[in-house]
Design a binder for this molecule. Sequence first.
Ligand SMILES: Cc1ncc(COP(=O)(O)O)c(C=O)c1O
Length: 429
Amino acid sequence: MSNFSNKNGNLCLDGVDTCVLARKYGTPLIVTSEKRIRDNVRRLVGVLSSFFSEFDVKYAMKANPNPRILSILRSEGLGIDASSEQEVRLALETGFRPDQILFTPNFASRSELLWASASGIPINFDSLNQFRQIGEKVPPTVSFRINIEYGKGEFKGTTTSGHDSKFGIMDKDAVSAYKAAKEAGAKRFGIHVMAGSNVLDPDHTAHVASSILEVVKKITDANDIEFSFIDLGGGLGVPYQPGAKELDLTITFRNVHDVFARVFDGVKMPKLSIEPGRYLVADSSVLLGSVTDVKIQDKVFLGSDVSMNTLIRPALYGAKHHIVLANRLNDEISGSYQVVGQICENTDRIGTDIELPEPRIDDILAVFDAGAYVASMASNYNGRPIPGEVLISNMGEEIIRSPSTFSDYTRNYIFNRPGKTSPNAGKGS
Ligand SMILES: Cc1ncc(COP(=O)(O)O)c(C=O)c1O
């Protein structure tokens, strides 16, 4: 059930008029429903608990690391998948315990690995070399990210396993990696795989499970190792277009359970871990912009302050988001528009051939499914601001991130003009 509604032609989220928010807080602006995030978590946990007695869900905070969103997910009992020292530190700041976090970096520096190891953060190593860099300080639980050769994502750029993937240890090298970890003193073991993002096929996760469990069997047979968790990563998809079929969670996890039950027939099943990002937050948010111009050239360009620095997914992968005019929901479609932003790149396209009512300057553009990989990927490119974020909760609306300012943009520059100090001088860090 969508949390969006139409009130007199205006788009509302949880009953709050997004056009009013856009005018009040300015655009670009990301508006998020706390209710939708909690509903997404509870739906997923409900299905998992009907198939598995032992499981955990770690939120992939790269989807949106806003501390307020992390707090919501922490209060729902979730853990964290973090990909850098700074993400780990932000999760700790938000109240997660080290043992609720799994740190899965890619090509991490030695100092990052040593910091995580010294801080008691469970590390999911990307290679044997990475494991060796922590030296004598072998953590109590060691896990490796395995490249199972099978990979599937919505786009090539979001496929994270397979022969072209830079992630993890190839499955043929897994046995020797665990052997080395055991010899180095590791006592408990986990294993991890992340095959790709935004997959709507309910057979996909079972396929991933089946491939990783084959690797598990080889490791167990060769090294006499028991696994305390099997982490299948993220990847649960959401439909980005109206009417597209949703991922069937029941089929997905029934299939995964069947694979686990076959492999662990008569023996204790390890804990199932998953790390969804997109599934939990993507459809909880809408990105709002203001129409700044409409240009009739060979194509008709609708320009707004939603640009590729705010929403990079279309330029990065060819991703498509559903787009409407939030203040014109009752108006008839008049044509097809190229929805573009303000950045000096001709790849700055937010949507191609988008059917809309005839746009006017100052109309409010709404881009759906903006809760994952939007705010977290936003930059100040071209000196454009990173958008503000507003959360709608039971308490009403709440600013959870201020839009970036000129001071933010210039914060780390050293101004060398005689007599001219940085606009941030004296403001602290
Ligand atoms: C290691 C890892 N886990 C989880 C995720 C989350 O993926 P998704 O947002 O598709 O669920 C990612 C995303 O790239 C990832 O790299």
